[in-house]
Design a protein around this ligand. Structure first.
Ligand code: SF4
Length: 232
């Protein structure tokens, strides 16, 4: 399946894995391309997004547009209330600005733990990641075995460039997050994302106060050292 073009690959995953397959999306530009392909190819795979509780308003608006214009219902998963409460009581609402460890903890509680739940019982996971996005994604293939979650992972746009993604969006009139028109390139939670300046890296607007790898852990399998919630 590695050699299949993105729309064919997505359809093939759906035909082979059916309800055991899932597409997880943060509604980024790449994800919008895949959602458009799914809509055009009538792929009925479940589409899941994670509402961390800190998303920008524009992302919520886009969820509505996906449902309205692409005819795809997005299943929204939320973090565990008890885990979020425990974390916030210990570290404060904006803990992510304090240290990289606390930022990883927040991403772990609000995203990674939720993803684990969304992938439970699945055999195939489709994602919109590309090799060019971060150093940690440089070896991404279209088809991979994900040993962290014990399933096949499909990244249809693994070898696409940022320019290819936007050419597809413009050509096919695909809806996208309004923040992109205000200089945002990669979009995550509101307090952790800013617009990117001319010449900056596409991930420069994510956790801009940190240096090093710009990842939340969804695609790396990190577990923060200080995940000590509710006695764990
Ligand atoms: Fe928390 Fe920021 Fe990660 Fe969102 S991106 S889960 S607010 S640290």
């Amino acid at each position: 399946m590695e050699g299949l073009e993105p729309p064919t690959l997505v359809r093939e995953v759906w035909e082979r894995f059916g309800d055991a397959s899932v597409f997880t999306t943060s509604l980024g530009a790449e994800d919008m391309v895949i959602l458009h392909m799914m809509s055009a190819m009538e792929v009925g795979m479940e589409v899941v997004t994670i509402d961390t509780g800190r998303l920008p308003e524009e992302t919520y608006a886009l969820i509505g547009e996906v449902e309205r214009f692409l005819g795809i219902r997005v299943k929204v998963y939320f973090p565990d209330t008890g885990e979020v409460e425990e974390m916030v009581r210990r570290h404060g609402v904006n803990l992510f600005y304090d240290s990289a460890e606390k930022r990883h903890l927040c991403c772990y509680v609000r995203k990674v733990r939720v993803l684990e739940r969304a992938l439970k019982g699945r055999s195939a996971w489709v994602s919109g990641i590309r090799r060019g996005q971060t150093e940690a994604r440089a070896n991404t293939s279209r088809v991979e075995w994900d040993s962290v979650h014990g399933l096949w992972k499909f990244n249809p746009l693994a070898d696409w460039s940022y320019q290819m993604v936007w050419a597809y969006i413009r050509e096919n009139h695909v809806p996208y997050n309004a923040l992109h028109d205000r200089g945002y390139r990669s979009i995550g939670c509101a307090p952790c994302t800013r617009a990117v300046r001319e010449g900056e890296d596409e991930r420069a607007g994510r956790w801009w106060w940190e240096s090093g790898v710009k990842e939340c852990g969804l695609h790396t399998g990190w577990v923060p050292a200080d995940f000590r919630l509710g006695g764990r």
